[in-house]
Design a protein around this ligand. Sequence first.
Ligand SMILES: [Zn+2]
Length: 301
Amino acid sequence: MKANNRIVLVAVATALVSTAIPRGSGQTAPPAGHAQPPQSVRLYVFDCGTLHIADTGRFGLKPEEVTTSDLSVPCFLVAHPKGTLFWDTGAVPDSAWKPTGAAITYHVVLPDSQERDVIMVKPLKAQLAEAGYSPSDITYLALSHYHYDHTANANAFPAATWLVRQEERDAMFAEKPPGVTQPSTYASLRNNKTVILKSDDYDVFGDGTVVIKSAPGHTPGHQVLYVKLVKTGGILLSGDLYHYPEERRLNRVPTFEFNQEQTRASREAIDTFLRKTDAQLWIQHDFKANARLKKAPDYYE
Ligand SMILES: [Zn+2]
């Protein structure tokens, strides 16, 4: 691994606890692994950090146009009677930090010298264990896309089958990886069993309840996830089709898209899908909406 691919993390503060950020318990997680499959589909939401964004202009938004510039970084587990799917893996690898029980701000320096502050409370694996799962219980791994704030713990799932589009995988392992990536965090995916998704919709378990939908533009192979739950109904996990809810309301497209026209077309196609299915759109990075969601070990069903 080249040295410039290493994640550089510096704990800069331990007192940055806000009321919106749940405190870690600091307790030892119960033993996990060999989770029993549920009777019906469950969706778990994990806290994989909070991003402090200094410049909302990159998202086509003036500072006064957003209610908060913070972005939530959730990770998700879908537990299906026939297996499990993990969706997005956070911004800071578990291996790179030690929990203190309080929120800690980490300074992430990307290989292209871009820098970000991420507030972390609890490692992903500890949260997964509290929900009764270990990484070896994960059947499938899918990332909405290759940006660093979605790939951090991708290497933690070597036994999972990776579901990815060819153009996304090609970019991730290109000689010169795209910007806003942290290639060291997903390097071992090269060795995972991999299924290349070719159709617009990929029905993960074959019964229409968990469907990965192509939504390119933010990155070449960007995708979103539809989950149909018995009690909650349909939920569409946005990936980064939007970051701030204001992007949707004000019809703004970030400046750093792989292809802005593709993003607009994907947004239109997903809007049509949402109307047709009456599914809720969960904008993953929407800080206020995410704060209201039940977090693991609780779940939606
Ligand atoms: Zn993101």
